[in-house]
Each structure stands twice: as C-alpha cells, then as structure tokens.
Design a protein around this ligand. Structure first.
Ligand code: P6P
Length: 335
C-alpha cells in the first residue's frame, strides 16, 4: 500500500468538503501530534515511573492514574493553543475547559476521553484516546453556551480514536467512511493501513461484562443469552471476548464483526444508566460504527439521536454489527 499520511488522505478525499479547510486540518494535526506524544509515554509507562495513581479522583469518581493525567494535560495544552477551538471538554474535567484569553479561537468544539481503559494501564492492555468534534451553533465571537456543547451525536462533524496497542492506530471519520492509519515509528507518521473500514453485517463475537448479570433486568439477560444459544439466527454460539477496555473491544469488533454491550444495571444507584459516557465515548464510536455500516443504540434508541442533558451523562451502549444490534433491540422490546 502506498505511504499515505492522514492529512494527505483528508485533503484528497475531502477536496470539495468544508472539512478540507486549513482549520480542520490543523485540529486533526494537533490530535495526531498529541497521540504520538501520549504513545511515547504509554510505550514506556513501566519504566518512566508513570504507572500507578496520582492519589486524586476525577469528576467520574474514579481514581486518576498518572498516565490518564499526562494524556489529559497533553491534549488540553496542545488543543487549547491550536487556534481552531472555542471550547474543549474532557472526561477528566467536571466543566468546560476554556481557551486561554491570549489564544485565537475557532468554531470547533472538541470533547474527548484522554485515555479510556485506564484501569488496564498497569497490565499492558490496549487503551485509547477517543474524540468527538462538533461545530458551534451560536454565532462566532459570542460566549460559548451549553447549547453549543450539548448537541446530538448526529451533529458531530468528525469522530475518532487512537488505540495504543500492539501497534498504534488512528481510526476516524468525517462522515465519508471510516479509515484506519497505523503509526510507523521509523518515520513517526500515521500511514493509511485500513481504508474504508466496513463492519460485517453480523458478527461472531459478543462483548459484555457478565459478572454483572445479577444487576441486569430480565430482558437484558435474555438478550445476552441469545448469543450463547446454538439455535440463534446464525445457528452457532458467539465467542465471548471482553477486554474491559472499550476502545480495544470496539476496535476488534469493528474489524472482525461483533457486538459490545454495556447495559443499564442496578449495581450503582447513582448510575442507573450504566458506566459509559454519551458525549466522549458513545457518540464518537456510534458515528464511526454507523459510517462503517454498523449500528449503535442504548438498547432501543439510536445513540446519535439522543439529546444530551448534561456533559457527563451516562448511557447504556449496544454497538457493533447491525443485525446483532437489531436483534438486541427486538429482544428488549419483546420484554
Ligand atoms: P467494567 C474502562 O474503565 C471503561 O470505561 C471502558 O473502557 C470499559 O469498556 C469499561 O470501563 C469496563 O467497565 O465495569 O466492565 O470494568
């Protein structure tokens, strides 16, 4: 495959698109540079005294790991100064992150999870940065409002993730298909390796933390049992694969086919809608999977149609091969 960089690919495929402005290219370039910097630290985390905890707790009530905090700092520092954003929001920060007064602004909004899967960092399991990009809806020059931030996922202009695994990959969409780029460390560039990714219509893998079965409602249990029933529509049981790192589980299912489920559960009365976040996890992955021919719901409703009420809103997530997600919807609606 010829060596095509992300920016070359963007400019070539988006010639007529508003996405090929220098401003979006600059935003993507800063995401790419941030990914390379984070990748360096992830790859040597065990050596750089950067494993373990900071001793702090984030807005999610989760213990913050040093690598989480490092990744968040890199992304905030670089993207605040890119001159193309009017607001940033991170899974690690309770509120919007302002653009410094001495930095130029633009009309893009970036919402991200700096290092998803962080509970796996010390065990050398693949983890990832997930990002979602909107354009502001209020006039440029006016203060950014929450109406600019709390947009439905279908309004995203781009979404993607960087997975730090056996290789480091950037997978993203601007609404014209899903494309994967693998980092070539010898030249420090992400090169096109997976053009126009399409998820198989029906998978052979299901991903869910069945340790929580006791906390699921009956329809959810029936939906999970479907994938373990040799008499299901595909006439064979699905393989169970669950890494506990959303980006890694999603990426495998995107390439091989399959379904990932993080249902609502009664485990934590404070979080009746499950653990995953709408704005920085479900929305970006839902845009990607739909662009790749798949589907993403909260079990019933399309993720991209959900009107957010708050920045860190959680949502049940059923995402992957279309026929599998449709089957879960059918089983949940049957009750
Ligand atoms: P559980 C990682 O902490 C994360 O947010 C996702 O990456 C992952 O899918 C999920 O939590 C795992 O959660 O409850 O199964 O350990």
């Amino acid at each position: 495959m010829p060596q095509i960089t992300v920016i070359e690919h963007l400019l070539y495929h988006q010639k007529e698109s508003p996405m090929a402005t220098g401003r979006f290219t600059r935003l993507l370039s800063e995401m790419i540079l941030s990914g390379k910097i984070i990748n360096q630290e992830v790859n040597k985390a065990g050596l750089a005294e950067i494993l373990g905890m900071t001793g702090e707790t984030n807005v999610q009530g989760e213990k913050v790991r040093k690598l989480d905090e490092f990744a968040n700092r890199v992304l905030v520092h670089r993207l605040q100064r890119a001159g193309v954003l009017c607001a940033l929001a991170s899974e690690e920060n309770a509120d919007l992150i302002p653009i410094p007064a001495d930095c130029p602004q633009g009309d893009y909004i970036l919402i991200f999870d700096p290092l998803d899967g962080s509970s796996n960092i010390d065990a050398n399991v693949s983890i990832g940065t997930i990002f979602s990009i909107f354009r502001r809806v209020s006039p440029c020059g006016e203060p950014v409002s929450m109406a600019d931030i709390l947009q439905r996922g279908i309004q995203q202009v781009a979404a993607g993730y960087i997975i730090y695994g056996s290789s480091t990959m950037l997978v993203y969409t601007t609404g014209n298909g899903v494309h994967g780029f693998t980092l070539d460390p010898s030249i420090g560039e992400f090169l096109l390796s997976h053009p126009d990714i399409q998820i198989p219509e029906r998978g052979k893998i299901y991903s869910a933390n069945e340790g929580y079965r006791h906390y699921w409602d009956q329809p959810t249990c029936k939906a999970l049992d479907y994938f373990k029933d040799p008499n299901n529509d595909s006439g064979r049981v699905y393989r169970s694969r669950y890494i506990g790192s959303l980006v890694a589980d999603f990426h495998r299912n995107l390439l091989y086919g399959g379904i990932f489920l993080y249902p609502a559960d009664s485990k934590d009365p404070n979080h009746p809608h499950g653990k995953l976040r709408l704005m920085c996890e479900a929305n970006p992955l839902a845009l990607i999977v739909e662009q790749a021919g798949g589907m993403a719901t909260d079990g019933i409703n399309r993720i991209l149609d959900i009107q957010p009420d708050e920045l860190h809103q959680r949502v049940p997530l059923v995402i992957g091969s279309k026929q599998d997600v449709l089957k879960v919807r059918e089983l949940l609606q049957a009750g």
